[in-house]
Design a protein around this ligand. Sequence first.
Ligand SMILES: *Cc1c(COP(=O)(O)O)cnc(C)c1O
Length: 394
Amino acid sequence: MLRDDVRAAMEATLAEIAESGLLKTEQQIVTPQGALIGTAAGELINLCANNYLGLANDPAVVSAAARTLHERGFGMASVRFIAGTQDIHRELEEAISALLRTDDTILFPSCFDANGAVFETLLGPDDAVVSDELNHASIIDGIRLSKARRFRYRNRDMGDLREQLAAAAAGGGRILVVTDGVFSMDGYLAPLREICDLAEEFGAMVMVDDSHAVGFVGESGAGTPELFGVVDRVDVVTGTLGKALGGGSGGYVSASSPVVALLRQRGRPYLFSNAVPPAIVGGSLEALAQVRSGKDARERLRRNADLFRSLMAEAGFDLLEGEHPIIPVMIPDARDAVAMADALRRRGVYVTAFSYPVVPLGRSRLRVQISAAHTEEELRRAAEQFVAAREELA
Ligand SMILES: *Cc1c(COP(=O)(O)O)cnc(C)c1O
């Protein structure tokens, strides 16, 4: 029972959101996640999931999850340190450490929670955090929860990072530089080598949130630190199990032993939230096993992304340069971008339009995300529909 005045105010806010064209709606899917998805209106080629390696409905991942469900039950009904740790939780943490070549790993219910735990635990009021302006919302919120002094640098701007580091260093205390490994609206990679060089110069630690890279970026799928050859120079890595690594849920912090040990004592989303359910742990273990032997899937993902990029470039679309399977198709005007996404959906292609304030004004785009699960035929068909939709709207 909402008070009438509160209800009216909330309805007015919702109306404002709708009038400014920012109302988010949700597409209902009636099949598992995949390259093709079923909806009430028919089948769509899905170009907007984070299902990079196609593991979200992989038969072996599903079987492992089902087997674990039957062997270990549905839920833990506890936080980890009371009665919520199974042997497989530790097994998964060790498998993540092995992939990332870190000392230890701690699981969280999500990467949002992992980022919510890190800053408050590692930094006090005398310390400083230096953060890229385009970092994920969970990093921004995690920083807000800490009492550390805050510095922000322009996206991937190393000159500005140097200035902010100098300002942070003037105050004394620990300094932590934090960046997304991949910036998800653009598909741009953080220049980790330069970031590590600057951090070293100022005696700062480096943290990378590699949610959009773990499992498929780098030779062995260890992510952006591996790609840039700085695995040994990054102090803290966070990531999600909710994207390439099966797409279930869960997140982690992977780092030196004392960092992880301290997070087990002080990380509030770890201490006060339920353990990751066994089935998710079992499925994620299988997803990691596939990453270990997953050169083929990574190669397929790379080939698919290259193919779609070249088809779209040949067709004259304005793409942001890059090599990541996030391929932004630029359609500067917000209304045009939405109209294009709608036309594509009617033509059997599912892709989301992003506009201000998620991206800068006049930089609207359709963000395509390629999966190893897409077939060449599906990607060609999707690119053809982009051309047809553009003609339809011209
Ligand atoms: C997706 C994402 C998250 C959130 O991950 P969840 O496990 O879904 O909470 C955090 N950080 C980055 C950079 C992400 O892309």
